[in-house]
Every structure is written in structure tokens, then in C-alpha cells.
Design a protein around this ligand. Structure first.
Ligand code: CU
Length: 136
């Protein structure tokens, strides 16, 4: 009788450790879901700015730029970590956006952490510059 009781106890312990282990693996291997952030091009008060001008995101997140006011606007990355010109070009949207609420987006997937700066070609002189900080 005690043999069976011991066996059941042992099986319970094994089952419990499997459940706990499984939960731990599921919890640790589930990365935070990727977010999508919106940057307005031209503030609601029609200032020549990106709103917000600076944005901190995580690797894997996406940024959408929405044509809001006083367009045309565009998004041209000039400085990216490591000075990678190909990466800067890939993230940029040089074509001028002329239609209301037009959207362009860049996914910051498989990119190095650090500061990414960009500007709007027609309004750079007016101070329309932006920054994306990608957390490592
Ligand atoms: Cu602009």
C-alpha cells in the first residue's frame, strides 16, 4: 500500500514540476508585443514640427507618421547608429506627402539601439526635425 502512495506522491511532484517549468518557459520566451507609435507631421496648431519631436521605442516597434497640418512633409533619416547609410535610406520616406492624413511607416526591426534623427526636407530650416530613440 505504501508503495502505491509513494508512487502517487512522486507522480504528483513530477506533474507539478512540469507545470511550473512549462509556465516559466512560456513566460520567459514571450517577448513584449511590438507597439505602433504615431507621430503627427505638423502639430494640431499648425506648427512646423513633428509631434512628438522625440520618441523612445523598443526594437521591433513601428512608427507611423501621419500628414496632419501644413504639409507637404516627408521623413528623411540623416543620422542612425553606426552611420549606416543603407539603414537610414530604408527608414526614410523621401516622397513628399501632399494628401491629408496620408501615412508612412517604418518598422524598427533588427536595428541597432541608439538615436535616430530625421528631418522634413521642406521645413528643416524651420526646425522640423525629429528623433527616435531605440532601447537596447
Ligand atoms: Cu514638413
Amino acid at each position: 500500500m505504501s508503495v502505491i502512495v509513494n508512487l502517487v506522491k512522486r507522480l504528483q511532484l513530477i506533474l507539478l514540476s512540469l507545470v511550473v517549468g512549462g509556465l516559466a518557459v512560456a513566460f520567459l520566451s514571450n517577448p513584449a508585443a511590438a507597439e505602433t507609435y504615431i507621430v503627427k507631421m505638423g502639430s494640431d496648431k499648425a506648427q512646423l514640427v513633428y509631434d512628438p519631436p522625440s520618441l523612445t521605442i523598443n526594437q521591433g516597434d513601428t512608427v507611423q507618421w501621419v500628414n496632419n497640418k501644413v504639409y507637404p512633409h516627408n521623413v528623411v533619416f540623416d543620422k542612425v547608429p553606426g552611420g549606416d547609410a543603407a539603414l537610414a535610406a530604408k527608414l526614410s520616406h523621401k516622397a513628399l506627402l501632399t494628401a491629408p492624413k496620408q501615412v508612412v511607416e517604418s518598422a524598427f526591426v533588427d536595428v541597432p539601439p541608439g538615436e535616430y534623427t530625421y528631418y522634413c526636407t521642406p521645413h528643416r530650416g524651420a526646425g522640423m526635425v525629429g528623433k527616435i530613440i531605440v532601447n537596447g
